[in-house]
Design a protein around this ligand. Structure first.
Ligand code: LLP
Length: 422
C-alpha cells in the first residue's frame, strides 16, 4: 500500500485526501511537503514485523528527515535514533528518544558533541584514532564510562552512486581491518573510560541487493568472534542502514525490510547479539511528496521545459546525485493536452536546477500542481535557502484524514533575524 495514488477520477490523492484540495485551501501559494502519517507508521512497522524474534532495535537515521513531529511519531512507535551531530542529538532528546537506543555517529565529531553523548548515556561509534582519543577525553571530563561500538569499514562495494558509498576502502568512514588491534589495545588500556559493546558498519545508501548486506554481516560476525576471543563482551551488531526504495515506480520488485533481516537473522542468532539497524530512507522516503506548481511551459531548441515554483533549493537530490524521483501531475490535464518530453526545472539561477529530466508528461496548464514523489528522505533535510528561497512548510495527512501543518515555512523575516543587533 502506497500513500500517493492517482485514483479513478484522475486526481492524485494522499491517502484519501485530494492533493488539489490541499493546494486550493492553502493561504500561501508556495511549494510544500506533504506527508502521510499512516505511511510512516506502515514503514516503521514493516521493520518491527521483520525483526520479530530477533533481539534488536531500530535506530532511525535522523539525517534523512529531522521534522520533530516525524521524530516524535517514530519514537512513539518504539524507534531509537542514529545521530550525526550535536544538534541531532539535542533534537533526539527533545523528541523523547531513549538515550540507550541512540547512537552518535560521525567521522568528525566535536569534543562538545561527544561530551553531550557521554552525559546522556548515548552509544558512541568510534571512527578513527583521534575520535577514540576525544571519546576518552569526554569520559574523563564527564566522569562517565562511555559505551562504544567500533565502526568497521568492511570494504564491501554497495553498488551505488559514489557519493553515497561509505563502506569501501577509499571511503573516509570507519576503521580498517589492519588497524583493529590498535583500537582494541587502546580500549583495554582505557577500561575506566570505555566499554566496548559492539561493532558497526554502514555500507552506503540506496542499496537494492540483499546479498550485499549478507556479505557485510558475514564479515562482521567474524570480527565479533575475533574480538570476543580477546575477552570483550560484545552485545551489539549494528549493520547500519542503506536499504533502497523504488524511486522509479516502474513495478520493480525491490527487497523489503523482511528480506534484509532474514538475510542476517541466522548470523545474529548464532552469535547471541542484539541487532541494531539504522534505516533512514526506507522509513521516510515514500511518506512524502514535494508539491509545487507550474509557472509556465517553454521550449528552447528542441527541449521542452516545465518551469515550476519548486527547485533544487528545496529538493537537491536530482541536481546533486542525478537522482531520479518520479514526477506526476496532481490533477487531470486539460482535454487534448499533448504528451511530450519535458525537463522539469525550477526558478533557481543555475542549470543544475532541475527536479526531473526527460519526463513524459501531458502539457500542464499554468498553476497546475505537480508532485515529486519519495521526497520524505534527504529532501527537506538537505534543503537550503539558495537564491534566498526560504524553506517551505510541511503538512501531513493524519490518520483521521485531517491535513495538519507539521512545520512552518521560513520567510524573509526569518532571514533578517540573522542580522538582528549586529
Ligand atoms: N547509518 C549511517 C552511518 C549512515 O551514514 C546513513 C546514511 C544511514 C545510517 C541511513 O542510510 P539510509 O537507510 O537512509 O540509506 N543524501 C543522500 C544519502 C546519504 C546517506 C548518508 N548516510 C541521498 O539523498 O541519497
Amino acid at each position: 500500500k502506497y500513500a500517493f495514488n492517482v485514483k479513478d477520477d484522475g486526481y492524485m490523492y494522499c491517502e484519501n485526501v485530494k492533493v488539489q484540495d490541499i493546494i486550493d485551501s492553502r493561504e500561501d501559494d508556495r511549494p510544500f511537503y506533504l506527508y502521510s502519517k499512516s505511511q510512516l507508521t506502515r514503514n516503521f512497522q514493516a521493520y518491527a514485523a521483520a525483526l520479530q524474534g530477533v533481539d534488536s532495535f531500530v535506530g532511525y537515521a535522523i539525517k534523512a528527515n529531522n521534522n520533530l513531529k516525524i521524530l516524535e511519531h517514530l519514537r512513539s512507535l518504539g524507534s531509537g535514533a542514529v545521530l550525526v551531530s550535536g544538534n541531532e542529538l539535542k533534537l533526539a532528546l527533545v523528541a523523547g528518544f531513549d538515550p540507550a537506543r541512540c547512537i552518535l555517529n560521525g567521522n568528525g565529531k566535536l569534543p562538545q558533541e561527544i561530551l553531550l553523548a557521554a552525559q546522556n548515556g548515548v552509544l558512541v561509534n568510534v571512527d578513527s584514532e583521534f575520535d577514540l582519543e576525544q571519546i576518552i577525553c569526554a569520559s574523563k571530563i564527564s566522569g562517565k564510562r562511555i559505551k562504544i561500538l567500533l565502526r568497521i569499514n568492511p570494504d564491501v562495494d554497495p553498488q551505488v552512486h559514489p557519493y553515497v558509498a561509505t563502506g569501501n576502502k577509499t571511503s573516509k568512514f570507519g576503521i580498517r581491518n589492519e588497524k583493529l588491534q590498535c583500537f582494541l589495545d587502546q580500549v583495554k588500556t582505557h577500561s575506566n573510560e570505555l566499554i566496548l559493546v559492539g561493532v558497526h558498519c554502514h555500507l552506503g545508501s540506496t542499496i537494492t541487493k540483499i546479498n550485499i548486506f549478507r556479505d557485510a554481516a558475514l564479515l562482521m560476525v567474524q570480527y565479533i568472534d575475533e574480538i570476543r576471543k580477546q575477552g570483550f563482551d560484545l552485545k551489539y551488531l549494528n549493520i547500519g542502514g542503506g536499504l533502497g526504495i523504488d524511486y522509479y515506480h516502474a513495478g520493480a520488485e525491490l527487497p523489503t525490510p523482511t528480506d534484509l533481516i532474514d538475510a542476517v537473522r541466522d548470523l545474529v542468532l548464532s552469535r547471541g547479539v542484539t541487532l541494531i539497524i539504522e534505516p533512514g530512507r526506507s522509513i521516510v522516503a515514500n511518506t512524502a511528496a514535494f508539491v509545487s506548481r507550474v509557472i509556465g511551459v517553454k521550449s528552447n531548441g528542441n527541449k521542452n521545459f516545465i518551469v515550476v515554483d519548486g527547485s533544487m533549493s528545496e529538493l537537491i537530490r536530482p541536481s546533486l546525485y542525478g537522482a531520479y524521483q518520479h514526477i506526476e501531475l496532481v490533477s487531470p490535464p486539460p482535454a487534448g493536452a499533448e504528451l511530450s518530453t519535458f525537463d522539469v526545472v525550477g526558478p533557481v539561477c543555475e542549470s543544475a536546477d532541475f527536479l526531473g529530466k526527460d519526463r513524459e508528461l501531458r502539457t500542464p496548464s499554468k498553476g497546475a500542481g505537480l508532485v515529486v514523489h519519495d521526497a520524505g528522505a534527504y529532501c527537506m533535510s538537505m534543503a537550503s535557502t539558495y537564491n534566498l528561497r526560504m524553506r517551505p512548510s510541511e503538512y501531513w495527512v493524519d490518520d483521521d484524514g485531517s491535513v495538519v501543518k507539521i512545520r512552518h515555512s521560513e520567510d524573509f523575516n526569518t532571514y533578517l533575524q540573522f542580522f538582528k543587533g549586529l
